[in-house]
Design a protein around this ligand. Sequence first.
Ligand code: AMP
Ligand code: MG
Length: 489
Amino acid sequence: MSKNAFDSAWNWEHSYAELPERCYSLVKPTPVWQPGLYVFNDLLAGELNLEKLSTLDPELLVEVFAGNRVPGGAKPLAMAYAGHQFGNFVVLGDGRAILLGEHLDGSGRRHDIQLKGSGLTPYSRRGDGRAALGPMLREFLISEAMAALGIATTRSLAVVETGELVMRDGMLPGAVLVRTAVSHLRVGTFELFAAREDIESLKALLDHTIARHYPELADAQNPALALLRAVQESQAELVASWMAVGFVHGVLNTDNVALSGETIDYGPCAFIDRYHPGAVYSSIDRQGRYAYGNQPGITAWNLARFAESLLPLIDADSKKAVSLAEETLEVFPDAMAAAWLQRMVRKFGIEKPEPADRTLIEDWLALLDKHRLDFTNAFRALSGDENSEKSQLKQPDFVAWHQRLEARLKASGISPAAAQALRETSNPIHIPRNHAVEKALDTAVAGDPLPFQRALEVLRRPFDNSISDHTFSATPSEGEQVYTTFCGT
Ligand code: AMP
Ligand code: MG
C-alpha cells in the first residue's frame, strides 16, 4: 500500500481550529524512537468507517499513531483549557495530547482523533508530554469495557509503544494512546475564557458546542441557558449510568467533565467490589471528594462552575444572569435522582420507577453495605446466578426485603420472564475489577500480551453468561483487594 492510501482513509475536518486562536496552539507530535503497534481496535475502526486502516502496512500505521508521521489533511493542535482540580482553579491545556483533527464517519458523525502521550506542548508545564504503557493500556481496556456496558465514553483506537522509557516511579516503557471522542470540549474549556473575560471566545465556544452536540438548541431563546440545561441532563444520565455499575471515576475535576456527556480521562478510576458509598481509589483523593457516593453531588458542584463561566452569555445584567443560572441549577438534583432511579430499578426487573422504589433500593444497598457484599455479584445473585453472594441472600433481612421486591413486581404486572430479561441485561457479570486489570497490565508491561488480550475479549461481553473464565467476575480474595490506584499516568 502506498502512503497515499493511508491519507485517503480519513475524512478530515477541523471545526475546532476555526475558533479564535486563543483556543489552541498548533503543535506537531514529537517523533518517538522505535514505535511498535501494541493493540489496534478493529471493531472501533469499523464503526468509524476507518476499516481501510486494518488493511494497511502496519509499519506505516504505527508511524502515524506514534506521531512520527502526520497524515495528509490532519492539522495537529493542542487545546487550551483550565479546570478546577480538587476545588482549585488551574490553567491547564493539553500537556501531552495532540488533536490530529476531526474525522467524519460514514454517517457524517464527527470524532476527534487525538494522540495522548505524543510529546511536549505549550501547556506541558512541568510534565514530560509522555505516557507510560501500563496506564495507556488501562485506558484502552476500561474504555472498551465501558462502551460494552452501554455507557457513553471516549474510545481507544490503538496503543503504540514508543521504544523509549519514561520516568515515573522508576523508568517505564513509553506509549501513545490514540483516543477518539465526539469532542474534547470540557467544562474547563469555558472556564479558561471566562476567567480571562474573553467574551468573544466564550461566544464562539458556545456556538461551536451547540452546533456539535446540541444542534436542536441553535434557535433557543437563551442559548447559553439552554446549553447549561442540556449539559445538566447529559451529566445526570452519565453519572446515573456510572452509579448503576459501581464505577468510580476518581478525578472528577472540571477539566475531566466533557460537555458531550462522554466519560473522559481514565486515571485512577475503578469499579467497586464490595459495596460501600465512601469507596475511594485514587491515592491523591485523601478527603474522599470523588468517592463513589459523592459523584452526583460533585457533579452538581462541577455544573455550578460551568454555569458561572456561562454567566456573561446568559444575560448582560449580571444579577439577572445569576438568578437565571441558579434557577436552572436547582433542577439538577431532581434530574439526577430521576436518572438514578430509572437506571437502578431496571437492575431489579422493574420497568417504570415509582417514587417509593427509592426506599426499596436504598434498603437493598444498606443491606449490601451491612453484610459487606460484592455490588456486582449481589445483583447477579438476585437474578439467580450461582456466585459467591448467593448464599448471603438467604439471611433473614434479605429474605424480608425480597418479599417487598416480589410484591412490587407483582403489582407492576410485569411477567416474571420480562423482569428476568431486564435484570440480565442491566446487571453485568464481567466488569474491569481492579485486581484483575492490574494483573493483566503488569503481565503486559513485563512482556506477555496474552492476559491483556484475553481481558479485552471478556470485557467486551459483560453480560455473557457462557464465558467460563471468571477472572473478571470473581470477587477478589482478601489479599487481592485493591484499595488505591495511582494517578502516575
Ligand atoms: P489529567 O490528570 O490526566 O486530567 O491531567 C491534568 C493536566 O495535566 C492536563 O492538562 C494534562 O495535559 C497534564 N498532564 C498530565 N500528565 C502530563 C505529562 N506527562 N506531561 C505534560 N502534561 C501532563
Ligand atoms: Mg484530564
